[in-house]
Design a protein around this ligand. Structure first.
Ligand code: ZN
Ligand code: ZN
Length: 413
């Protein structure tokens, strides 16, 4: 009989990589000093993971659904609902949610600046939010929150809505805002509501005091709202319903928090947790320990700095992010080594030489005090290829951890 343990998962976003010429052909994981990861690899089981399936380049959202134990193909609701949940909005089955951003346009609907100067104080954001949140268009309720910079999330709540509409965002300055068109006949109403909402946002935002003040300071006014990434919230069984487990997510970005909330996880806030290299690694470790000692069954930790460094082609920064994450994992294991089954992995590969996500499988190591070790000694893309997990799919990882943690039922008698 196995004692009940907590399943912990540490994900370095975009953590997988390819050989880097600047590092003499090593990957950042190979070049980094990672004594804690390497101890896990020596004592545990390594492998490579196709997060979605072979050949598929994962987005962070679909990848996280897989890491939460879901088939992303059948459960992915589009980016909008996940961002909306992460931003603190409610999104329910039937609602259509969007990513939103303030922009600056001419009266003839030509976009001058898709980011409306990019800089927003929280007071400005609050004033702009107030002008849009709670609008009613044809019986459809508009819920809007400003998040950071020019960004926000928007949910349409009402009957007969559909996410099957075309984009209004021209995705380029100097072009006119597009009309939303229905892709299926049932989406006519949603397209009409969106088109009216865009016009209405201009009418309500252009004369606001915050915009007059911005113009006085020489900053572009936020006089229109652009919407993209529509998605319709789907009914999915939560992790609690599927496995009877309590789950916590420790993450800094709205998308990851939202994806975790979508499957019923609790967002546990950590002071100073951000998506940057200066995130509060010690604070995250201490909060994770608290969650493990507090009886959470699954604790998920997301570190974004590895992906940011990869997109910026910044090898040194990626190595630094890996080394800080390694230290964080050491801090957790120092306290609760005998209470966890832990996996360290990535949600996809983002090679620093490429600067974008790619389909290469990522390394994964699983460690528990009682696991049969394999011959891997380090946690790298190359060593992991020799490990006992061989090639594993993303959505199989959580059930594996839960099995070792003693949280799954016997199948059959
Ligand atoms: Zn990612
Ligand atoms: Zn990325």
């Amino acid at each position: 009989m196995t004692a009940k343990l907590t399943a912990a998962m540490v994900v370095m976003d975009g953590g997988g990589d390819r050989p880097v010429p600047e590092l003499g052909g090593l990957t950042p994981l190979q070049a980094a000093k990672t004594p804690n990861f390497d101890r896990l690899a020596s004592q545990g089981q390594s492998g490579l993971m196709h997060v979605i399936s072979p050949g598929v380049t994962p987005g962070s959202d679909t990848a996280h659904l897989a890491l939460f134990g879901y088939d992303p193909v059948s459960t992915y609701p589009g980016r909008g609902p996940l961002e909306a949940l992460g931003a603190g909005l409610q999104s329910r089955p039937g609602d259509v949610a969007f990513r939103a951003n303030f922009a600056t346009m001419n009266p003839d609907f030509t976009v001058i600046d898709r980011r409306a100067g990019r800089e927003f104080t929280s007071e400005e954001g609050a004033a702009l939010q107030k002008a849009l949140d709670g609008l009613d268009i044809d019986g459809v309720k508009v819920h809007f929150v400003h998040t950071v910079e020019h960004r926000g999330a928007l949910v349409l709540e009402g009957k007969g809505l559909s996410e099957k509409i075309t984009d209004v965002d021209p995705h380029e300055d100097g072009k006119k805002i597009l009309q939303a068109e229905p892709l299926v006949p049932e989406a006519r109403k949603t397209a009409d509501v969106v088109n009216r909402l865009i016009r209405l946002s201009y009418e309500r935002l252009r004369g606001l005091d915050v915009n007059k003040a911005r113009q006085k300071r020489g900053i572009a006014p936020a006089n229109v709202l652009l919407l993209r990434g529509p998605g319709q919230h789907r009914e999915v069984a939560t992790l609690k319903e599927r496995f009877g487990i309590r789950c916590a997510v420790l993450a800094g970005g709205a998308l990851y928090i939202g994806t975790a909330k979508y499957v019923g996880m609790d967002h546990v806030k950590v002071q100073g947790q951000t998506g940057t290299i200066d995130t509060n690694f010690d604070g995250i470790a201490d909060k994770a320990i608290e969650c493990i000692e507090g009886g959470y069954d699954y604790v998920f930790i997301h570190i974004k700095a590895t992906d940011n460094a990869s997109h910026d082609h910044n090898v040194k920064q990626k190595i630094l992010a890996i080394e800080r994450t390694d230290k964080m994992v050491g801090r957790i294991l120092d306290k609760v080594r005998d209470r966890v089954v832990i996996a360290v992995t990535a949600d996809h590969t983002t090679p620093v030489t490429v600067g974008e996500h790619t389909c290469d499988p990522v390394p994964i190591v699983i460690w528990a005090p009682f696991l049969r070790p394999d011959s891997s000694k380090r946690f790298t893309e190359i060593d992991a290829a020799r490990g006992a997990l061989h090639t594993i799919r993303g959505m199989d990882v959580l059930p594996t951890l839960l099995g070792y943690a003693g949280k799954t039922e016997k199948f059959g008698s």
